[in-house]
Design a protein around this ligand. Structure first.
Ligand SMILES: Nc1ncnc2c1ncn2[C@@H]1O[C@H](COP(=O)(O)OP(=O)(O)O)[C@@H](O)[C@H]1O
Ligand SMILES: [Mg+2]
Length: 336
């Protein structure tokens, strides 16, 4: 039987009754499409070697069940950047496809992706346009299982709001690996599904300076000033990126800019961009991040509240944390 005949057999079965669809067997000889859905990698990725090693370790494990990691941390800390960077590094280990979806768990629009729609899109991506997707959700899950059982697929489920939103999207095949990013720790996924949790902290000063230097030419700003900038951004990658882009602008007077960043009241403006899209994103992310907290009318109040409750340790650390929180995450892609 040639390849085309194999394909016909597969399509014939999957387009039959729901019961038949669950029994689809996927053969290596079938010419399925290979989805390459990863967003582009970071131009200059810095640090995170420990986390990259932990992901390498997870990928190299011999186990009977699917491998899953939950990458968690505050908005703008670099969850998506880490997942996508590792995905590119490990691409060759997943030759049957790399799936990616932004689940919009924290979008200001309040319109998170429905897992049912994402599952259908993943099935179509793995099976090609001719694949007939069964109507029942159970049959779709069965088909997803069958289609990934023999394949090596990487899935990145970005910005997940909850365990329920991702559970059915994890490719069940034992040779597959899934990276979930979320502001939450998703304890259900860790406890019940055996996912490994990786928590990201802001970058240490050394790496923060390397990051700044990759955007701002070193000759323009002395290293001591870079370190000051890194400190004011509390090592938060998104804040570093915004500050670096401001600093890289030839029209920016760096001493004056640092002064503005040091002044909490003007920090919001100092990290804002003039273009409408980004400014809108800044405000939207601000409102979204704090919406979930009851009795807190404005972001600055959150900072004050945390100070009063002694959150964050020393006065110096508290000032830095407050800086990071006041930095207002903003970028071309909304942080998650
Ligand atoms: N390790 C890193 N090296 C270089 N840039 C990074 C790194 N981590 C994050 N960034 C950059 O910082 C910004 C915020 O990172 P992102 O991954 O979007 O955060 P999150 O997903 O946690 O909200 C992005 O512009 C990203 O490219
Ligand atoms: Mg993100």
């Amino acid at each position: 039987m040639d390849r085309e005949q194999h394909r016909n057999v597969f399509i014939g079965i999957s387009s039959g009754s729901i019961v038949q669809a669950r029994d689809v067997h996927v053969h290596n000889t079938v010419a399925y499409p290979t989805p390459y859905q990863l967003p582009p990698d970071q131009a200059a990725f810095v640090g995170r070697s420990e986390h990259l090693e932990q992901l390498d370790d997870l990928a190299s494990r011999n186990q009977e069940t699917a491998r899953t990691a939950v990458i968690t941390g505050q908005p703008g800390v670099g969850k998506t950047a880490l997942a996508v960077h590792w995905g590119h590094r490990a691409r060759e280990q997943y030759p049957d496809g790399q799936l990616y979806v932004d689940l919009r768990g924290y979008d200001a629009t309040g319109d998170p992706a429905r897992w049912e729609n994402v599952l259908e899109a993943f099935l179509q991506a793995l099976g090609g346009p001719q694949l007939v997707i069964p109507a029942s959700r159970e049959a779709q899950k069965g088909l997803y299982h069958s289609m990934t059982s023999e394949r090596r697929v990487l899935a990145i489920l970005d910005n997940a709001a909850s365990t329920d939103q991702v559970r059915s999207l994890i490719p069940p095949g034992a040779r597959c690996l899934t990276l979930v990013t979320s502001r939450k720790g998703l304890p259900g996924l860790v406890a019940r599904d055996g996912a490994r949790r990786l928590t990201l902290d802001p970058l240490p000063t050394e790496h923060a300076v390397t990051f700044l230097t990759s955007i701002v030419a070193e000759h323009r700003i002395p290293e001591a000033t870079m370190a000051q900038l890194a400190e004011l951004c509390a090592g938060l990658p998104l804040a570093l990126r915004i500050a670096a882009e401001h600093a890289a602008n030839p029209g920016t007077r760096i001493e004056r800019y640092i002064q503005e960043l040091s002044d909490e009241q003007s920090r919001l403006d100092a990290l804002d961009f003039s273009d409408d899209d980004t400014s809108t994103a800044v405000r939207a992310i601000f409102s979204w991040s704090y919406r979930a907290l009851p009795h807190v009318p404005a972001p600055w109040s959150v900072t004050c509240h945390q100070h009063q409750s002694g959150h964050g340790g020393s006065a110096r650390r508290r000032r830095r944390v407050s800086s990071a929180e006041g930095l207002v995450p903003a970028c071309r892609r909304a942080p998650g």
